[in-house]
Design a protein around this ligand. Structure first.
Ligand SMILES: [Zn+2]
Ligand SMILES: [Zn+2]
Length: 241
């Protein structure tokens, strides 16, 4: 604690969203907090999009998009919608090497994913292709998976999944194109097959847009004998928000 006090005197903790002074490390200020569309309350049980005004105590809630697209996973959640400061934090994590954002996200992921912790899941990140890994230096999904595993005290396996072939960027593709682009692109790492088979898995990604990447990863895990597979994203791109 003394070291931390000294560090704070030299480097006062800054808000991850705007750089304003805050009380503790790895946090956001109240202004950024209110500008971050966290998903609290009722949400889609498959993709985590907020469904405000819907009765969560009733039947399982499924959004229109998840009714239209088959999801190979059993359940899903998102910490926040991809908008406002939520978008800023995801972009900071993705492009600016701001690993401290992943650390802050550990408790957020653990809270949003509380309903997904049945069956003692193995925490697995969506893999990043090695060429992009080299260019970007780290896999942000792996940083998030590590933070969630540490916060929730679960096992995690960063290299459980690998990209089977190079996939072109998902940017600029329509929904069908995104799914086609990823067909069979992800598979279980042969060196990890025994650790994955028979295990419940919680898949982690930074952003869920169409769900194509998470679908490819979930299908690979199911083909490798894992299950049930559940998913969590830091941010869900919601069409109407
Ligand atoms: Zn702030
Ligand atoms: Zn949904």
């Amino acid at each position: 604690m003394i070291l931390q006090t000294v560090l704070h005197a030299v480097f006062p903790p800054e808000c991850l969203g705007c750089g304003a002074r805050v009380e503790s490390d790895f946090s956001i200020c109240s202004t950024c907090w209110s500008d971050t569309p966290f998903v609290f309350g009722s949400c889609c049980d498959l993709c985590g999009v907020a469904l405000p005004g819907q009765d969560a105590s009733a039947e399982r809630l499924i959004c229109d998009e998840c009714h239209a697209i088959a999801r190979p996973w059993a359940q899903g959640r998102a910490v926040m919608h991809y908008a406002g400061t939520g978008r800023k934090l995801v972009l900071g994590l993705k492009h600016a090497d701001r690993a401290e954002i992943a650390r802050a996200a550990g408790p957020w992921l653990a809270r949003a994913g509380a309903a997904l912790m049945q069956d003692d899941p193995l925490i697995v990140p969506v893999p990043l292709h090695w060429r992009r890994l080299a260019a970007r230096r780290f896999n942000q999904a792996a940083l998030l998976a590590k933070a969630l595993a540490e916060t929730s005290g679960r096992d995690w396996l960063p290299d459980a999944l690998i990209r089977a072939r190079h996939t072109a960027s998902q940017d600029g593709r329509d929904r069908e194109g995104r799914f086609r682009n990823l067909d069979a692109a992800i598979r279980v790492n042969p060196r990890r097959a025994a650790q994955v088979a028979g295990r419940a898995v919680l898949l982690v990604d930074d952003v869920m847009t169409s769900g194509a990447t998470l679908s490819a990863a979930a299908q690979a895990l199911l083909a490798g004998g894992a299950g049930p597979v559940r998913v969590i994203a830091l941010a869900r791109v919601a069409r109407d928000v």
